[in-house]
Structure formats: C-alpha cells, structure tokens
Design a protein around this ligand. Sequence first.
Ligand code: ADP
Ligand code: MG
Length: 373
Amino acid sequence: MTTIPTLEDLEGRLGDLSGKRILVRTDFNVPLDDDGAISDDFRIRAALPTIEWLTERGANVVTASHLGRPKGKPDPKYSMAPVRERLAELAPGVELLENLRFDPGETANDPAFVARLVDGVDGYVNDAFGASHRAHASIVGPPQFVPSAMGRLLQKEVDVLLGLRDKPRHPFVAVLGGAKISDKLGVVEALLGIVDSIVIGGAMCFTFFAARGLPIGDSLFEPDMVDTCKRLLDEASAKGKTIHLPDDITGVDAGGNFATFGNRLGDGCKGFDIGPGSAAAFSDVIMDARMVFWNGPMGMFEDERFAAGTRTVAQAMADTKAFTVVGGGDSAAALAQFKLDDEVDHVSTGGGASLELLENGDLPGLQALRGES
Ligand code: ADP
Ligand code: MG
C-alpha cells in the first residue's frame, strides 16, 4: 500500500504555500438544535490544527463541507451560515463554501462538479474523516487533479483506527450498541477476525435475542437480520470468540411502567437499556481488556430512565487501563453528556467512517489520496 501524502509532502510539492489557494474538505456536519444553532462545535475545532498549519504558512484556505442531508438543492435549513459564523471566530479569514450537498453533483461524484471545486485551486487537503467512507465528489475528485494530502485530523484517525486492526493488544474487546443494526452487522463479522470478544447492548441486542429464540416483546429489532445474527453467533463460537449479550434489560412493561426484565420480555414489554447486572458484567469485561473499541449507546440514554447502562459502560471506558477508542455520533454525545470525553484515548469524529475503516482497513477517501481512484 503506498503511503498517503501528509501536509509536509504537499508543501514539498507546492513549494512556498504563501498565497496558494488550498481547498480543505472538512467535516463541519455539526449537530444543530431546533433553532438552527450549533449545539456542539467539536467537529469545527477538530479541523483547526490543519487549518492553522496552512494559514501560518500564508496559504489562502478555502474550506468545504456538507451539513445534514439536503436533497441536492439549496435548503435554508442546511445553510452553512451558522458554521461560517463560528469558523470566523475560531479561524478568522478562512473561507467556507456553501453546503456541498446543495449540488446533486456532490453525492453523484459528477466530474463537472469536481472541475468547479478545483477551479483556481493549487492544492487539496482532505481532513473530513467522517465523510471519507463516501465516494463523493469533494472526497475522491480533487486528488485526481491537484497535489493533495491528508490533514492532521484524518491522519490521527487513520493512525488510531488502523492501529486497532494492525497492532491489537489482547484482550481486545468491541462494545457495540445503538440503533442502526443492519449498518453495523458487517462490522461485527469483520471484528470477529480481530477482537477476542464482542459486547452487544442497545437496540442491537434484541435482534441477537431473536436469533437465540428469546422472546423480545415489542422491543426494536430487525426481522430481516435475524438469520445474519444466527450466523454471526455460530461463526463466533466456531472461532472461539465470545459474544456477550445482556442477561437483564430495563424498559417499560405492557402498562407503560418502568420495569426490569431478565433476558425474556413478555408481550407488550419494550427494552430500552441493558439492566444493572449486564452493565456490571460489561464493565468487568472492559476493565479486564487491554484495548477497547466502543460504538453505539447501550440504551436510549437521551431519556434519563434509560441512561444507566450507557453511563456504566462509559465510566468503565474512563476507568480501564486499556487503550480506549470511541466512534459514533451518539456514543460520543453520550460520553460528552457524562463529562467523560476527556477520559478516553480517542474519540473519533466519524461514526460510519470509523466502522468502515475497521471493517475494510481502507476508505474511498484514502484510496483517492494514494492516487488509486
Ligand atoms: P452511534 O451514533 O453511536 O453510532 P446509533 O446512531 O446507531 O449510535 O444509535 C443511537 C441511538 O440508538 C440513540 O438515539 C439511542 O436512543 C438509540 N437506542 C439505543 N438503544 C435503544 C433501544 N433499546 N431501543 C430504542 N432505541 C435505542
Ligand atoms: Mg447515530
């Protein structure tokens, strides 16, 4: 695998960066509250090391990002204006283009859109880790036309996540939860090849319960994925790996009242969190590990009644001596809510991207920077 050019390599190719126009693809896809204000500027701050490295050398930095999911046409709801305002405070004088997804050419990877992006540009930097698993125009296009490099954030993310794959320390534990079950089952399969055990909570566990023939009441699950889960459970035991499922669950009973169940839920019951026994068992697994990757909350933590499981796991992530990595927007938000985000080794800015990099060891955006697309 050829290596990916760094900012220093870009400077080597372009010479003096002073006055050079550098397009930086950032991931400014920030969460917005109901009034359209930025509720967390983590992703803007995460791009500053790259932006500052370039501006210190006199480059004219033009940043570009998508925000939300506009349908290929301008939508005031997803205007970059609030981001532009915050960026002006953090990095004065840095330009920010309008939402890339206001143009259908972005997601379609349209060559005409790529041509517009690189027009008048001397160099390109990809620092948008969270978007690098997509073969979109602004991610894979520019490296075909102008000297290109990865930014500091992308570099850090790739180092950490590929480090998990290539230099695992054992016991290596993956903790998975959240609601996007079908998106995440592919990574379960890939993780079975590198980890020693997988801990499963969140809504995800109910599809595994169903695969084991356990009644799940009205809990969220994906019927189409039950067979896949069966196969994954068989594959794990064939490989001598452990999949830990919760043996108690909290949620609401058929009357809508808070309740604690074992691992069998009666008709009308709904599971919204792992129970206290499972939270303690999961945290023991995390405490005994030497490397932990966590993606997806253990329950519906936005509701305080169902935050306990996620809080216990987050605390174990903070307390363990293991090298700890957290990926996923909601998992990162949960950590921040519990004020534990500084207590883990790495919080990834990419949910889907971190899973895909772990799964495949590569991303379309990285291939493009290596000149392979
Ligand atoms: P991440 O963003 O960390 O990858 P996901 O987006 O997959 O995580 O899932 C996060 C969402 O899953 C949260 O909004 C949480 O409320 C929800 N969730 C977790 N467990 C359950 C459950 N048992 N029932 C319903 N929703 C759940
Ligand atoms: Mg999410």
